[in-house]
Design a protein around this ligand. Structure first.
Ligand code: HAM
Length: 449
């Protein structure tokens, strides 16, 4: 096969055998966020480039090296979002959501684009689930978002991850810290990469998360931000820790966490695993009290996080966490002849309305080939409909697992099939040890409660 082109480096396809795991994951994280009062927001995949330059910061690796930026046909500079926060802040402002009572809690599941060197857990197109909470400066909010991530991971069945927190202060304490960093890096200037030399004057904190091995080695002995916090930031951080202690959430204070994006203030955090290789940060976030103003809005404290869904999926698999089984085919109707084909289509339509997954032949295969296909798709029941079944008004329904065959009426196929299928499910529940006094009649009549 000579393909015109293959997929783009650093992108992934999710194939049918895997997609139900993604659906489960996306649904599960969303459900937990809803328990905390988050509502979903959907924003465009691209924005004007200035938004990320201003929001994420033009001395960050993301903006300087990793953005997919292009000119559209109208001559505008457009960027595929490298992250979700800036776009959500833009939308929050554009639609006046700051007029609603605080806190405004918004969550999103999005694709993101970064031109990074692909490796395990590092892609050029990846997916994030994120939450942003606007309008609160209380340390209780910082602890609550950390607790939400912890709940999501616990609910998914994850173990063995570390919660690392830090405070990187406010613009006030940042001034003295920047001076200390400048003094430290000035003496190593000759060894720093060209980008970091540029950062030295403009934003020395960014040198701390440079991916070049030489720069990150030099950064190890740099002054720590926690030694330069002002009283207010220090008190805020102490209070966040008290909340986490009271909530029974274990964490480590890691003074080297500064995050790779410019908008953070005060609390920052990462959820880290050692089980998926070098790219072990599954989730990161923090407070960004200046971003809303930076994007042109009123002074609004805010905070949030985003988790990388590919990394989360890798960790779930590494820990052998079970996923719910994908729903299989409930019934395959093998048919032969025009009248039987039409009857099969009619029965399938009715049963699908009742929520059953029903397949029949739309390819034109022989009955033998249809039965082979029914096996392949894992049909729980099969029925054969041909001229003789239509004439006699009776067809055989076969339970593919037990091999048991039951004769059912073609005319009342729907009701008889539903009865047998529901009985089978109730039997499975009993076999699994669940006690239930629900019977098939109450289910069919809809009088369950
Ligand atoms: P971030 O740390 O840049 O933060 O990304 C969040 C998460 O996205 C990372 O912890 C990681 O799991 C995943 N991720 C990042 N880059 C890649 C990549 N190239 N391939 C695969 N996964 C990746 C943010 O994006 C902030 N917007 C988070 C935030 C929200 N802070 C406050 N609110």
């Amino acid at each position: 096969m000579a393909l015109v082109t293959k997929s783009i480096k650093g992108t992934q396809d999710v194939l049918p055998g895997e997609s139900h795991k993604w659906q489960y994951l996306e649904q599960a994280v969303l459900e937990q966020a809803k328990n905390y009062g988050y509502k979903e927001i959907r924003v465009p995949v691209f924005e004007h480039t200035e938004l990320f330059q201003r929001g994420v910061g033009d001395t960050t690796d993301v903006v300087q090296k990793e953005m997919y930026t292009f000119e559209d046909k109208g001559g505008r500079s457009i960027t595929l979002r490298p992250e979700g926060t800036a776009g959500v802040v833009r939308s929050y402002l554009e639609h006046g959501l700051f007029n609603e009572p605080a806190p405004m809690k918004l969550c999103y599941t999005i694709s993101c684009y970064r031109y990074e060197k692909p490796q395990a857990g590092r892609l050029r197109e990846f997916h994030q689930f994120g939450c942003e909470c606007f309008g609160t400066q209380s340390p209780a909010a910082d602890a609550e978002v950390i607790s939400l991530i912890n709940d999501i991971f616990t609910h998914l069945g994850l173990k063995n991850y570390d919660i690392q927190i830090n405070s990187i202060g406010c613009p006030e304490c940042r001034k003295t810290y920047h001076e200390a960093l400048k003094a430290y890096f000035e003496s190593k200037k000759a060894d720093l990469c060209a980008t970091c030399n540029d950062r030295l004057d403009r934003n020395p904190m960014r040198i701390l998360d440079c991916k070049s091995p030489v720069c990150s080695d030099i950064a190890k002995d740099a002054p720590k931000v926690t030694d330069y916090l002002c009283e207010e930031c220090e008190n805020h951080f102490t209070s966040v820790k008290s909340y986490l202690d009271a909530m029974g959430i274990s964490y480590q204070v890691n003074p080297t966490i500064v995050r790779g994006l410019d908008y953070y203030t005060k609390t920052v955090f990462e959820f880290v695993s050692t089980e998926i290789g070098a790219q072990g940060t599954i989730c990161g976030g923090g407070r960004y009290d200046g971003l809303v103003e930076e994007v042109g809005g009123p002074k609004t404290p805010a905070l949030g996080f985003a988790m990388g869904l590919e990394r989360l999926m890798m960790l779930l698999k590494a820990q052998n966490v079970p996923f719910p089984e994908e729903k299989q085919c409930d019934l395959y109707i093998a048919s032969m002849g025009e009248a039987a084909n039409i009857k099969a289509a009619q029965i399938a339509t009715d049963l699908r309305q009742e929520g059953f997954t029903v397949l029949y032949d739309i390819v034109g295969r022989s009955v033998k080939a249809q039965m082979k296909f029914a096996n392949k798709v894992g049909a729980m029941f099969t029925a054969v409909l041909g001229d003789s079944e239509l004439q006699e008004g009776k067809a055989k329904l076969k339970n593919m697992e037990s091999g048991e065959e039951t004769e059912i009426s073609v005319e009342a196929f729907d009701e008889e099939f539903m009865r047998i299928s529901i009985n089978e499910s109730l039997k499975e529940l009993t076999d699994l040890g669940y006690e239930t006094d629900i019977d098939v009649n109450s289910i069919l009549s809809g009088n369950l409660f």
